[in-house]
Ligand binder design. Sequence first.
Ligand code: SF4
Length: 470
Amino acid sequence: MYHPELAGKVDAQRQAIMNMGKDIEAEARRCFPGGHLVTATYRQSTLALEQTATLLMDPTVPAIFEGAFQFQGTFVRVDVLERMDDHTWRLIEIKASSRAKAVHLDDLTLQTYVLLSAGLTLSASCLMHVNRQYLFKGDVPDVQQLFAIQDFMETVQERLPAVPGQLAAMRAVLTEAAPPVIAPGPRCHTPHSCPFWEYCTETKPARWIYHLPGKKETFYKLTKRGIVTIDDIPSDFSLTDIQRRMKENVEWISPQLLSRLRTISYPLHHLDFETLMPGIPLYEGTRPYQPLPVQWSNHIECQDHRLHHDAFLSRTQQDPREEFVVTLLASLGTEGNICVYSEYEQYVLLALAEAIPQYKRELLQVVGRLWDLLSVIQSFYYHPGFSGSFSIKSVLPALIPSLSYHGLDIQDGVQATAAHYRMVFLETDWVERERLATALLEYCARDTLAMVELRKILLDKAEHAIDPSL
Ligand code: SF4
């Protein structure tokens, strides 16, 4: 209300979620043929109220999209308001998620409160969300199957009596001369990350207890005891192994690290996938939010440490899965372990084995050769530069600062997904498409090269570590 300029920029992840939400909302409206959209924007509230009133009065309008309502200063826009035969209305909020969540009920309750108070007769108060079980049979998605509508009127009615008090409390805060003094913490990211996080935390120390990995209850327990930094945590406070290592803040090399690193067999492949997860299925035989692999990178290290690189990037609007599998199997061959960083590649390979039965046997053999570097690091090594995170984006700069993701056009998986979607489905300029393809290939190759170098440096550290038992 007062200092919107202090909000951080919308990051790639949030932007991607917002874009997908808009696409899903547009698709969901197809469930209500003949519906009319209130075109006034969020800044044109008076016009939006007028347009809504006109549509409400017109009995030929079967549904209103983005209808505007106001009661005692509380203004809402309703995703769908459907006219029923018995002169009542059905309120429907569209959500891109695959199930109803508690936060959706807060939204629904407030909307219901405003509409009922404004004099509408509602027969249902519903959430409409994506049905993950829907199997796309090709051509155009069947929106009646793609979406599920659940009526929550009973639950909403139980919550309605609390709404006036909640609104009064919010108004009271808004009329205060200064913002409320509330300390930031993990709740600032639930259910969504607050855009003021950077502003609210800019004076926090580098080793603020918020950065301690693990359950958020630990943060609140420590805050209650007046503890601000990880270094101040008393020695009698119960910590997990990883939390303890972060508190000790020194490099730790398990005596078992060396033997674990030597369990691999050559040629050693280093594999990484990038995937799309479209809420509205794109290809026949796929379901909403099913990961669709579109890119792989494989750095292959031979026994004599020679290194070569293979890659695949889907560049067309065709279903990428079969080409992905054929090229991948050719690159992986039948020998050597396959180093990955997380269980995600295994998950995608198993899904591919089910989707393309003719390659099931080979894909399952590939799964049997996977070797997870992440789990080895988590169990047998710690570096203060990790700051409690074992993400490759934290581990790489701590161990090999010269090989970071800085300088790459694409720096994380969310940006990669968005760039791939843009390259294949939106971009018409071939020069820009080529630029995106190059950026995607560079990013995915960096992930696999990072694994090669991380394994090498860990091996070196393990070989030169002093055995504490000696
Ligand atoms: S305290 Fe948390 S929720 Fe409140 S403005 Fe700051 S970051 Fe946002």
